[in-house]
Design a protein around this ligand. Structure first.
Ligand code: ADP
Ligand code: MG
Length: 603
């Protein structure tokens, strides 16, 4: 292009359609993930039951995207028209937009994609029998070929050399992995909003993500994010005349540092809505710290006249009429769901809610004949020395009274009165709400220790010198792992140094572990740390903290006095998340009077 000189008379001219398309492409097609989104949405609009996405990539970039569907297909005439700007089969007048049920309607995706890449379309109308299909090749907006071809029912669109003719845009593409991550994010949202469609994503011929057609959204969630996630989800359901909400939100224990797992669809369209995200987060009240976000998969069905999807060419944003009412309804239903029944796992649904808890009604009952078999190890007896040791342990882990005067008001648990303990493992208690609680003493204490440590603002956690340093011997492999972890351990308050060969000298340990009567705990912690699969998603700090909390907590079988149990429960009431141990196991199970009555067939 010639840069006009000052003296030139600059004339207004109408841009040729090709340039218009290339400029417009920037809005619809930002990156490979936008191509995937548009093509997959077209396949959904075509009524596909199965959609396959094949990606080809080099080390640097994604070179080809193919989306194949078994939807309605196109006639030869429509196949050509599909690439004309503003050609759409989905709306005819602006008025249709208020009733829009399809994902597309602007008629610009195919035209703009074809303006900035090389597209090969092969399509055949469903049920057209022996009539051949159509093949259309478009490059940089020019139709290079239209021909009849053999083809299965449905549509397959191959997009190659994206942005080959718009180098400025190509320059802004991120690394291949970043682009792949975007594609995954988009597909996850689309899969969740359409559990009734089977999706297959492959990458250089290797399967990446597969979902089956299902009527159970939980199946799709498990496929995408693993079946462990499901354990911590509770169903949400609410409806108003113009709005219905279905889906799942996580228990607070599943909190994340980002909002990436808040996935929302509105009328089966995967959308990004800060207002809806904020409402979901608000539904957790104080159950989550400010900087933590829940996992949530919500599908909203909103009267289409209240939803404006024509805000942006990518149609990822929406504008809501009656937004205040809608977001308030979302907040309230999340809050009600969390408080109504699921924060403290109830005995009513133990199997579905926490698979770790055995089903109390059907599990084989172990019985001890107490007349002949003494209780194992005599653990049911208090010993004076044992009680004193437990006292010391508890004192060391107690939060200073008054460090947070608001805790009683803001406690997530009702007032709890301890009744007694069972087996050195469970605390029996009642709430002011006429419920019976079984509390796992170890899990509760583990939670207390964990929040003690994580509540410290210091980067380096306080440590205490051991009166006599402890020597640890490790295998060469473990020693190598341990050497790498020494700086991380030092931050957590463990001061270790090499002691010749594969031995280490432990000079200091975290304050939270207290004055140890037995130093075996140190060995246990280090063993856990070096033997654990370090490929976990948590940081070293988090791993070490969890292990310290677990090993430092009262061991199962430690019989506590009622007063000691009460101290544990009182501490637990001050926790940010009193419901689970740091590994996500429940700290307590609740039986309401109604549930007990039902078990005894009193109703
Ligand atoms: P829009 O989706 O907004 O209508 P597009 O440019 O994405 O615009 O598609 C243009 C038209 O091409 C669609 O309206 C539809 O009729 C047709 N089309 C596109 N993809 C498919 C497909 N996979 N199966 C059947 N028809 C399709
Ligand atoms: Mg479309």
């Amino acid at each position: 292009m010639r840069v006009p000189e000052k003296t030139d008379l600059v004339r207004i001219h109408i841009l040729d359609p090709r340039t218009v398309n290339q400029i417009a492409a920037g809005e619809v097609v930002e990156r490979p993930a936008s191509v995937v989104k548009e093509l997959v949405e077209n396949a959904i609009d075509a009524g596909a039951g199965s959609i396959t996405i094949d990606l080809t990539a080099t080390k640097e970039s994604i070179t080809a995207i193919r989306v194949t569907d078994d939807g309605c297909g196109m006639t030869p005439a429509d196949a050509r028209l599909a690439f004309v700007p503003h050609a759409t089969s989905k709306i005819a007048t602006l008025d249709d937009l208020t009733r829009i049920r399809t994902l597309g309607f602007r008629g610009e995706a195919l035209a703009t994609i074809a303006a900035v890449s090389r597209v090969t379309l092969v399509t055949k109308p469903r049920g057209s029998g022996a009539v051949p299909g159509t093949r259309v090749v478009v490059e940089g907006g020019d139709v290079l070929e239209t021909a009849g071809t053999g083809a299965p029912d449905g549509t397959s669109i191959l997009v190659q050399d994206l942005f080959f003719n718009t180098p400025a845009r190509r320059k802004f593409l991120k690394s291949r992995n970043t682009e792949l991550a975007h594609i995954h994010d988009i597909l996850e949202g689309i899969c969740l909003s359409h559990p009734d469609i089977a999706f297959h994503l492959s990458y250089n011929g290797t399967e990446q993500l597969v979902t089956d057609r299902t009527t159970r959204p939980l199946d799709t969630i498990a496929r995408l994010f693993g079946s462990e996630v499901i354990r911590d989800l509770v169903p949400v359901e609410a409806s108003l005349p113009f709005l219905s909400i279905t889906g799942f939100v996580s228990r607070p224990s599943l909190a994340r540092k980002d909002r990436l797992r808040i996935i929302v669809s509105v009328n089966q369209r995967f959308v990004t809505s800060p207002a809806i995200n904020d409402a979901i987060k608000a539904g957790y009240g104080t159950l989550l710290p400010k900087d933590r976000f829940p996992v949530a998969f919500l599908n909203l069905s909103i009267d289409t006249t209240l939803v404006d999807v024509n805000v942006h060419p990518t149609k990822k944003q929406i504008r809501l009429s009656r937004e205040k009412e809608i977001t308030e309804m979302i907040r309230k239903s999340v809050w009600d769901t969390l408080l109504a029944r699921d924060l403290i796992p109830s005995a009513e649904h133990p199997a579905t809610m926490i698979p770790l808890v055995p089903e109390p009604m059907t599990a084989p009952v172990k019985t001890y004949d107490l007349s002949t078999t003494p209780a194992p190890g005599g653990v049911f007896e208090f010993t004076h020395a044992g009680t004193a040791a437990t006292d010391q342990r508890l004192r060391q882990t107690e939060l200073p009274v008054g460090s947070d005067p608001t805790y009683l008001v803001s406690s997530l648990l009702p007032e709890i009165e301890v009744i007694g303990e069972f087996s050195g493992i469970y605390i029996l208690a009642r709430t002011t709400g006429d419920e019976l609680l079984l509390i796992d003493q170890h899990a509760a204490h583990e939670r207390i220790l964990y929040e003690q440590v994580t509540g410290q603002a210091l980067e380096t956690r306080p440590s205490q010198e051991l009166i006599s340093p402890v020597v640890l011997h490790r295998t060469p492999g473990e020693a190598a792992i341990l050497r790498d972890l020494l700086p991380a351990l030092a931050l957590e308050g463990f001061i270790l140094e090499g002691f010749g060969g594969d031995a280490f000298l432990v000079r200091a340990i975290p304050v939270v572990l207290g004055r140890l009567e037995e130093t075996t705990i140190i060995d246990e912690i280090i063993s856990d740390l070096v033997s654990e699969d370090a490929a976990q998603v948590v940081t070293n700090r988090e791993r070490i903290t969890r292990i310290v909390a677990c090993r430092g907590a009262l061991k199962a079988g430690t019989v506590c006095t009622r007063e000691q149990c009460q101290r544990i429960v009182d501490q637990l009431r001050r926790m940010k998340n009193p419901f689970t141990c740091p590994h996500g196991r429940p700290t307590m199970i609740r039986f309401t009077r109604r549930e007990l009555d039902a078990m005894f067939k009193r109703v």
